[in-house]
Design a binder for this molecule. Structure first.
Ligand code: SIN
Length: 535
């Protein structure tokens, strides 16, 4: 039942090319052949994978109604280590039938899970949190194996991801209703908050744990049950977390995990009247499709979509603070987050100084396999991601941008890319219009505060923005003027379980985390008690 890819399949291991792993989107009835040309053989990654497998931590089946399950037709997909191209495991390649059964299990489990007291649900979530934290090393290793982020950053994500479960365990007890003063003396008016029902949770590869727990924590706390479809690129962390949920005593069927044909599973979730909500993190294009698809059964939707974060550095900024904050935001997860600084908009008086000091700081970052201690920049997720970076860079250079650092694939090959800084970037370049989702820092120039705000708001996205200034009035003024759901002032990392995360414009709908994130999984019921004056 545990299908560790036979001895970490490796077909061509040595050579000087830079071909990246061809991550197949289709199912296979046998182990996936992967052609790999890579200069570095990660024996460390291999031994980590073997250890996780023998300790039972490497789950490779889907979870439906509490049972670990293969695809009904036996088909599988390979999961690669993006740093080496090795196949780490084969997972079931499922479709509509398995998704329907998972929905059925979640629907049945909802009947009893939603009837538990808040305190009972809270206890299960707290236990799950303890198990996630207790296994942070293994979860972090699994994440580095399948996603590539450096181990320290991966363990940081486990802490971050687990914090949503802890917060939800606490918040479960605070799902208060209301009593409304009645306009009529014989009536009493109440507002009751009730769980939405079964939730379809669709999550991306860049945060294999945190994007799941940020949805599943509040959903379960409110009494909902879930069908999770993690990214097929990074399902192993999700499966390990689901195993820990079972160990925490969360009843079978409350948490289900299916993966495979994304569109078939997505369609099954959308079509089912039993699924009352879709919560999605991912691209704006897919978010729009889900929103349209949810209309058929009038489901609630929460969408956390793409960003195009401006990072405005004023002349009056503390240079060290601005560099530290911009660096942290831009290069988190090798530039692969929705809140990464995508446009670094620097005032003309400090532009040259900032560009120089910033590129010196970027140059110090180590690129490599996430299992190596000093590495802060892992690989990009796949070849398509590297090609996107290349296309954006070519476009910028052709329109006048200058590369002052990096600008090409890293000598390690595979999907490693050099941390890059480019100057003279303009608003009409592709890199200013869309998320680059890679380690490229584009520097734009502005003269006045009005111009900075105008450049920053000149996008359909509205997720996160950053402002670096020492002027308190300006920080407030600019924060108010920015059309974004999140603003970091003199800070590049602002995500936390206690604050609302989400965007405006085409960056999404709804908020995650914090007390506001709970409302996304609750319906409001108005109860009117009449005839209250008769004896
Ligand atoms: C994301 O990139 O979608 C999430 C980033 C975060 O939670 O900070």
């Amino acid at each position: 039942m545990w299908r560790m890819a036979a001895a970490l399949t490796r077909i061509a291991a040595v050579g000087g090319g830079t071909a990246a792993p061809a991550r197949s989107a289709h199912c296979s009835s046998m182990h996936h052949p992967v052609t790999v040309l890579c200069r570095q053989i990660s024996t460390e990654a291999q031994s980590v994978a073997a250890r996780l497998n023998s300790s039972g931590f490497l789950r490779t089946q889907a979870l439906i109604g509490g049972k670990w399950t293969d695809a009904y037709d036996g088909k599988t997909i390979g999961v690669n280590n993006p740093a080496t191209g090795e196949v780490i495991a084969n997972i079931p390649c499922m479709g509509a039938r398995e998704a329907s059964d998972a929905i059925g299990s979640a629907y049945d489990a909802f009947k009893s899970w939603s009837k538990l007291t808040a305190a009972e649900r809270s206890k299960c979530l707290r236990k799950w949190y303890d198990l996630l934290i207790g296994h942070k090393e293994e979860l972090g290793q699994l994440m580095t194996l399948e996603q590539g982020k450096p181990l320290k950053e991966a363990i940081g994500e486990v802490n971050y991801g687990a914090s949503f479960i802890e917060f939800s365990a606490e918040e479960a007890k605070r799902v208060y209703g209301d009593i409304i003063p009645s306009p009529l003396s014989d009536r009493r008016l109440f507002v009751l908050k009730q769980p939405v029902g079964v939730v379809g949770v669709i999550t991306p590869w860049n945060f294999p744990l945190a994007m799941i727990t940020r949805k599943v924590g509040p959903a379960l706390a409110c009494g909902c049950t879930v069908v999770i479809k993690p990214s097929e690129l990074t399902p192993l962390t999700a499966l390990a977390a689901a195993e820990l949920a079972l160990q925490a005593g969360i009843p079978p069927g409350v948490v289900n995990v299916v993966m495979g044909h994304a569109s078939d599973i997505g369609d099954a979730l959308l079509a089912s009247p039993q699924v009352r909500k879709i919560s999605f993190t991912g691209s704006t294009a897919v978010g729009k499709k889900l929103m349209a698809g949810a209309a058929g059964t009038v489901k609630k939707v929460s969408l956390e979509l793409g960003g195009n974060a401006p990072c405005i550095v004023f002349d009056d900024a503390d240079l060290d603070v601005a560099i530290k904050g911009t660096l942290a935001s831009k290069f988190r997860n090798s530039g692969q987050t929705c809140v990464c600084a995508n446009r670094i908009i620097v005032q003309e008086g400090i532009y040259e100084k900032f560009a120089d000091a910033f590129s010196k700081a970027v140059q110090k970052m180590q690129v490599g396999d996430g299992f190596h201690d000093d590495v802060s920049q892992g690989p990009l997720i796949n070849e398509a991601a590297v090609q996107k970076v290349e296309t954006f860079l070519e476009d910028a250079i052709s329109k006048g941008a200058k590369v002052i650092l990096g600008g090409k694939r890293h000598s390690l090959g595979m999907t490693f890319y050099e941390p890059t800084v480019i100057t003279d970037v303009k608003s009409d370049m592709l890199i200013s219009r869309e998320e680059v989702f890679g380690p490229v820092a584009p520097l734009l120039r502005f003269k006045t505060e009005e111009e900075a705000v105008q450049i920053a708001n000149d996008t359909n996205a509205g997720l996160a923005a950053y402002v670096f200034t020492s002027n308190i009035q300006r920080s407030w003024r600019v924060s108010e003027a920015l059309e974004y759901g999140i603003v970091g002032v003199n800070e590049g990392i602002v995500s936390t379980e206690v604050a609302p995360f989400g965007g405006v414009k085409q960056s999404g709908l709804g908020r995650e985390g914090s007390k506001y994130g709970m409302d996304e999984y609750l319906e409001m019921k108005y109860i009117c008690l009449g005839n209250m004056l008769s004896n």
